[in-house]
Ligand binder design. Structure first.
Ligand code: XIL
Length: 465
């Protein structure tokens, strides 16, 4: 197993331009009259052009679930190494893979993923120590005393093997029931050890590897509902009693039956307000085209709006290897081409595709760039300006998503035509009339925002047509 000193965490610092904006915001809010400011460039011509690099500029990681048996496939590995800076083993660190027989630990396949990631400086999320599924039958057959000892031994052995090298561990996965009951899910752990098994698992985990962030991970907890309320109450109880817990993972498997909830950001925020990190741990969204892209962009923007949302992991790389392949829920198609969802994620992260990159032809965002400046700022608002510049080819139209942070509201838009998402905080701006631009030529639009002089809006990638 390759060991590597923990790399400088992406989440470590405020980017220099962020601090500058914060400082200027504080000064100018004190002024009662409108004050013209020197333009503050917030996206540059050198914006990051991969998911990992763009996320790192926002102080986050961007990860993927990886399967050991795909690591021999060149385009899979190229895409992984180029785009992602965090990795989760899709199955290889689960109990049935690591301890198929009591006391026999098999780490080689998990280590393949771990070594690949750590030797390239990527973070590793550990998934998962205590879960009712992918659990070998010998565990379910144990009596209470033996089960307690097997659970604690499993946690200790696995965490010790990777001690100091795992960024976050999903200590307990999916311990709550679906539906409105808010009850614990029935499992060997629940039925034999009772409610206390979760607390016991977290305490054992802290002792085994004090450097790892300890997470509770679940699905259908992405919005405010009975299940997420039950998890919330548990986390609140843990933090108030000093039970070690550092983060909550939101799996975020979405489809038409389980769409991205409108209160996703608010739900992440209420957990963060308990004093834990939140992470989006298994993101995939069934669908295609612009609708899927919009959903992905909204998820990323929700995470960015929550300071303690420290990173996002998508649950696979190309659609064909997704656990739900018919739903084409991922960011890359079967040939590893970037889907519109990819561009939406990169744009939401503040990155941009390179218009001159021959490997990246014709993707939305490739034909133009969007550059944001705050033109004027006053106590309770500001004027923003977005400059649109065509790439090396002429374009006939463009669009850009601009996201405001509540309670900010856009009062007016000039030289551009906005449409609003249902939540009312994302406007998609297109040309008011003729959107044609010659190669390299620029145009722009402006808007007035009330409801706070900061933070500035998030401006996505420019999409050319
Ligand atoms: C899934 C894997 O993607 C599949 O390959 C496997 O057959 C079943 O498990 N919640 C979790 C993940 O926490 O571990 C699951 O992963 C998806 C749902």
């Amino acid at each position: 197993m390759v060991r590597k000193r923990a790399r400088t965490k992406a989440g470590g610092g405020t980017p220099a331009h962020g601090r500058l904006r914060a400082a200027l915001g504080a000064t100018t809010t004190a002024l009662l009259t409108v004050t013209a400011l020197a333009a503050l460039p917030q996206t540059t011509a050198h914006a990051a052009d991969t998911l990992g690099a763009a996320a790192a500029e926002k102080g986050r990681y961007f990860g993927a679930a990886v399967a050991a048996n795909r690591l021999g496939e060149a385009p899979y590995v190229e895409t992984l190494d180029r785009e992602f800076n965090s990795v989760t083993a899709e199955n290889e660190m689960k109990w049935d893979a690591l301890e198929p027989r009591r006391g026999t630990f098999l780490f080689s396949r998990a280590d393949q993923i771990f070594d690949h990631a750590r030797s390239r400086g990527m973070d590793v999320r550990g998934h998962t120590l205590v879960w009712h599924s992918q659990l070998p039958s010998w565990v379910s057959g144990l009596g209470t005393t033996e089960l307690r000892s097997a659970m604690n031994n499993h946690i200790t052995q696995v965490m010790t093997h990777y001690k100091g090298e795992i960024h976050s561990w999903d200590v307990v996965n999916e311990a709550f029931q679906d539906g409105g009951s808010g009850a614990r899910r029935n499992s060997p752990f629940q039925s034999k050890l009772g409610n206390g098994f979760i607390e016991e698992a977290f305490r054992t985990a802290r002792a085994a590897d004090p450097a790892a962030k300890l997470c509770y991970n679940d699905y259908n907890t992405d919005g405010v509902n009975a299940k997420s309320n039950a998890v919330y109450d548990m986390v609140k109880d843990f933090t108030s009693r000093g039970v070690p817990i550092d983060c909550v993972g939101f799996q975020s498997h979405f489809n038409s039956n389980s769409p991205v909830p409108s209160d996703y950001r608010a739900n992440l925020q209420r957990f963060a307000d308990l004093g834990v990190d939140v992470q989006i741990t298994e993101l995939d969204i069934e669908g295609s085209g612009q609708a899927q892209a919009t959903d992905y962009g909204n998820v990323v923007r929700a995470c960015l709006a929550v300071t303690r949302c420290t990173g996002i992991t998508v649950w696979g790389i190309p659609d064909k290897y997704s656990w739900r392949p018919s739903g084409t829920p991922l960011l890359f198609d079967n040939d590893y081409a970037k889907k519109p969802a990819y561009d939406a994620v990169l744009g939401a992260l503040g990155g941009t595709t390179d218009p001159d990159d021959p490997d990246d032809p014709g993707t939305p965002g490739a034909g133009c760039t969007a550059t944001y400046t705050t033109a004027e700022q006053w106590g309770s608002g500001y004027n923003g300006r977005v400059t649109i510049t065509a790439g090396s080819s002429p374009i006939t139209g463009w669009s850009v998503d601009v996201t405001m942070t509540s309670p900010q509201k856009v009062l007016s838009v000039w030289n551009g035509s906005p449409t609003w998402d249902s939540g009312g905080n994302v406007m998609t701006v297109r040309p008011s009339w003729n959107g044609s631009l010659a190669a390299g030529a620029s145009t722009g639009f402006g808007f007035t925002v009330s409801g706070g002089a900061s933070p500035p809006p998030q401006v996505g990638a420019c999409t050319a047509s």
